[in-house]
Every structure is written in structure tokens, then in C-alpha cells.
Design a protein around this ligand. Structure first.
Ligand SMILES: [Zn+2]
Length: 445
């Protein structure tokens, strides 16, 4: 069978830059990584430097090869187009944090497993929230959890539906200027215990300092979002590190929810000015990134809410050794004007993680090997023999300049090269024929 060899390429293996060297893959799996002219590791474990016959050889001089990117917090809304767009920006796996109905979620996960033109997908399915709470108050069909006694049945039902992990809402609606019932500590603890017994991870949506504390005290595995009203204090981050918690900050959506300065300068919104991103998105999506206001964490910035509190929390968590994962909370879909979009926004999230104090290499780890390790995706996230050939080839060196992840020259999903030109053509056609909407920023030539 034919294989592909990328030669003379810088290799970011999921943790650090190795090489220049070469990477070979065949049948969707990485078969050999040569990290230096003389040393090599093959799938069989034997050292070898010889290239297979009948291989397609790509010259990677000046380029960097990354594991396919993983967005650890999205909402796909049963929209195949979101997974197609994610893949066109190098996001080969999305972790969806709330989607329904369960049959549709299962069907889309099955589709995404097979289809080479979509990002692969794992999903929490239906999330756990309090009766009358956020967001169930507007979704009457959403099953809720009235107390600890209902926790195990809730988790069992999600597991039977095929959920890959359990998402738990710890939110009283205050960020949306409401006062709603929220899950209490006993119930969240019971949910976390039930999930652990059943071999499922738990991810808590935390909206404020009180909810972050409640999630930590309840033994939830991962926390997502960060408070905007204050930074997490040193006692919190020390305990989080000791208890081996993991955090998915979703900085891009937090910044747009509480802009520090000119809203147009937000990392996510300013993507419309970067031709490396904007040239691959249809005008209606660019308009939404520039001006859309739906689906944010906070409606109308609340007094005292500051994005720099979230940046400080990330810095403290990271310094304390708490793993930080890249997640966007992308929840745009046709008809929902959320400026946090699939694929593209992950590149803004990476830049924000660097602004918070991660090195570019650590930010890349947060979007590759770290989410793979913490979500049990042991077949991906790392460039090594035996791993899936989910790969992104970019110009320049993103361990020096994180925005180099936007200069994509090729993407492979499970060893199949993604036809970015076809995506681009579809984008152009959509732009010409698409619905009106707000005029977008002009594209840089
Ligand atoms: Zn979310």
C-alpha cells in the first residue's frame, strides 16, 4: 500500500519540537518518525532510515508538522457543516459539551467516525442541570436532576444513549441576569461519583467563583469556563493541582463576553482581519464573528466582570501544574449568530493561552496531547508510530509564533488529505450566493 513521507520537517510531537526529521504514515496510521538523520523509530520498534517504495514524498523544509488539533469544548448542534468547517482549520477532533436529541448525537458521532471530510466527534449528549435551572428553563424536554437520589439514573441514561462523558451545569443564571435554581454540592458529588463508577469523566460548567469551588469540592474531573468577577485564588489552584483537576478555560468566548477594550480587538473577533483565517470562511460567518452576540457566557458585561481575571486564573492554574486544555465553546450554527465558530476560533484560543502565560509549545500541547490524554483518546494527539495520522502541516514555527498555526498548507484526517481547496471553493460559492446579512470587513488581498 502507498504511504506518505514528509521530509525535512520540524515535528511538534504533542509536547515539544523534535527534528527536523521525517514522518511516514500509511493506512491512516503513523508508521515511522525519524527525529534526526541517524535515529528513527518505526511501528515495529526497529530502527530504520530507509523510505518505503511507492511513497509520496513531501518536502517539509520550512514547515512544521503538528498532531491534528483537538477543540475540547464545542457545541455542534447536529450540524455537519460545523464539523466540516472545523476540519478545514486543522481541528481533527471536537469534544461536544451538550447536544441533542440523543439519536441525532449518536448518528452524527457515527458519521464523524467514518467521514474523511468531517472532524471526528465525541459528545456529552444531554447535560445535567437543576429542574427550572439554566439552561433547562428554556428547554422543557431536557431531563434534569432534582437531587442526589436521581444522579445514578441520570448518568446511566446518558451512558445508555452513548454519551462519551458527563457534562454538569453549575450555574444560577446570574450571568444572564436571572436567579435560577442550581445543582447543589450533594447532587454534583453524586453525579461525579456515579460517573466515576461507570467509567465516565465529568466536566462541570462553572460560571463564577462559587460554582468553581462547588465543582472542585464535588470531585468533578474537569472544570470548564472561568469566573469573570475575580481570579481563582492560590488556595483554589493549589487544591486543584493536588486533586489532579483539569481546566478548559474557553478564553475566546470569555473575552468576547467581557471585552477589556475595543470589542473589535478581541482575539476571536479580530480573526476577520487575518487573511489566513478569513479567506477560508464565508461572508455570513465573517459577519457573525465581527458582530454576532448570541450564545455568549454573559449577556451585556456585568459590573466588575473583567476578562483579565480569567487570564490571571489561567496563569495561576498553569503555574501550579493544573493541566489547561484548549477549548473554544464554539456554538455558532446557521441561524445562531455566535461569534465563536468551529475550527477558526481555536486559533484565537491558542493565542489567548499564550497571552495568559503558556509558552507557544505549551499552548500547542493544550490542543493536542493534553486533551487526548485527559479524555482517554489514546490513539491521537501525538506524532508517534502507531498513532492516527491526524496531522496538520503549517508554514513557519508555531513554537516561536503561535499564529503560525493559521498558515496551514495541508491537513490529514486519519491519513486522508483534506481537500482544503474544495472547502475554499464551497466557501467562495456560499459567499456569492449566500444570504445578505451584515456586511463584513473586507478581506485582505
Ligand atoms: Zn459550552
Amino acid at each position: 500500500m502507498s504511504s506518505v513521507i514528509i521530509e525535512r520537517v520540524r515535528i511538534f510531537d504533542g509536547e515539544s519540537l523534535v527534528g527536523p526529521g521525517s514522518v511516514e504514515f500509511a493506512d491512516g496510521v503513523i508508521t515511522r518518525v525519524v527525529r534526526a538523520p541517524s535515529a528513527s523509530v518505526s511501528a515495529s520498534g526497529r530502527a530504520s532510515a530507509s523510505a518505503s517504495a511507492s511513497a509520496e514524498v513531501i518536502d517539509g523544509a520550512g514547515l512544521t508538522l503538528l498532531p491534528g488539533l483537538i477543540d475540547a469544548h464545542t457545541h455542534v448542534f447536529d450540524a455537519e457543516s460545523n464539523l466540516r468547517q472545523a476540519l478545514a482549520f486543522g481541528v481533527t477532533t471536537e469534544l461536544d459539551m451538550f447536544m441533542g436529541p440523543p439519536e441525532a448525537t449518536r448518528a452524527l458521532c457515527a458519521l464523524a467516525r467514518e467521514r474523511a471530510d468531517l472532524a471526528d466527534l465525541r459528545s456529552a449528549g444531554l447535560l445535567a442541570s437543576a429542574p427550572g435551572g439554566h439552561p433547562g428553563v428554556t428547554m422543557p424536554l431536557l431531563p434534569t436532576v432534582a437531587g442526589p437520589g436521581q444522579a445514578d439514573a441520570f448518568v446511566a441514561a446518558r451512558q445508555a444513549e452513548g454519551a462519551h462523558f458527563i457534562k454538569i451545569m453549575v450555574d444560577d443564571g446570574a450571568n444572564h441576569r436571572r436567579s435560577l435554581p442550581a445543582l447543589d454540592r450533594a447532587t454534583v458529588t453524586a453525579l461525579a461519583d456515579a460517573a466515576r463508577r461507570r467509567g465516565l469523566l465529568t466536566v462541570a460548567h462553572v460560571s463564577a467563583v462559587w460554582s468553581a469551588r462547588l465543582a472542585l469540592d464535588s470531585g468533578v474531573d474537569l472544570l470548564t469556563h472561568l469566573p469573570l468577577e475575580a481570579a481563582l485564588d492560590e488556595d483554589f489552584v493549589r487544591r486543584a493541582a493536588l486533586q489532579r483537576r483539569v481546566v478548559i478555560p474557553t478564553l475566546a468566548i470569555l473575552e468576547v463576553s467581557a471585552p477589556e477594550n475595543d470589542p473589535a480587538d478581541c482575539a476571536a473577533r479580530s480573526l476577520v482581519h487575518d487573511p489566513r483565517i478569513a479567506d477560508h470562511l464565508p461572508d455570513p460567518v465573517l459577519a457573525v464573528i465581527a458582530e454576532g452576540g448570541e450564545g455568549l457566557c454573559v449577556e451585556h458585561p456585568l459590573p466588575g466582570h473583567r476578562f483579565h481575571h480569567a487570564l490571571s486564573s489561567v496563569a495561576r492554574l498553569h503555574r501550579a501544574g493544573v493541566p489547561v486544555l484548549a477549548g473554544t465553546d464554539a456554538n455558532h450554527r446557521p441561524g445562531r449568530a455566535c461569534p465563536i465558530v468551529h475550527g477558526a476560533t481555536l486559533h484565537a484560543e491558542l493565542a489567548l493561552l499564550v497571552r495568559a502565560g503558556l509558552t507557544p509549545a505549551q499552548a500547542l500541547t493544550a490542543a493536542t496531547s493534553a486533551p487526548a490524554a485527559h479524555f482517554g483518546l489514546s490513539d491521537r494527539g501525538v506524532i508517534a508510530p502507531g498513532r492516527r495520522a491526524d496531522l496538520v502541516l503549517v508554514e513557519g514555527d508555531p513554537t516561536q509564533d503561535i499564529t503560525a498555526t493559521r498558515s496551514i498548507t495541508a491537513i490529514w484526517r486519519g491519513g486522508v488529505r483534506v481537500d482544503r481547496t474544495a472547502h475554499h471553493d464551497r466557501t467562495a460559492a456560499h459567499t456569492t450566493a449566500g444570504p445578505g446579512g451584515t456586511p463584513t470587513k473586507r478581506r485582505t488581498p
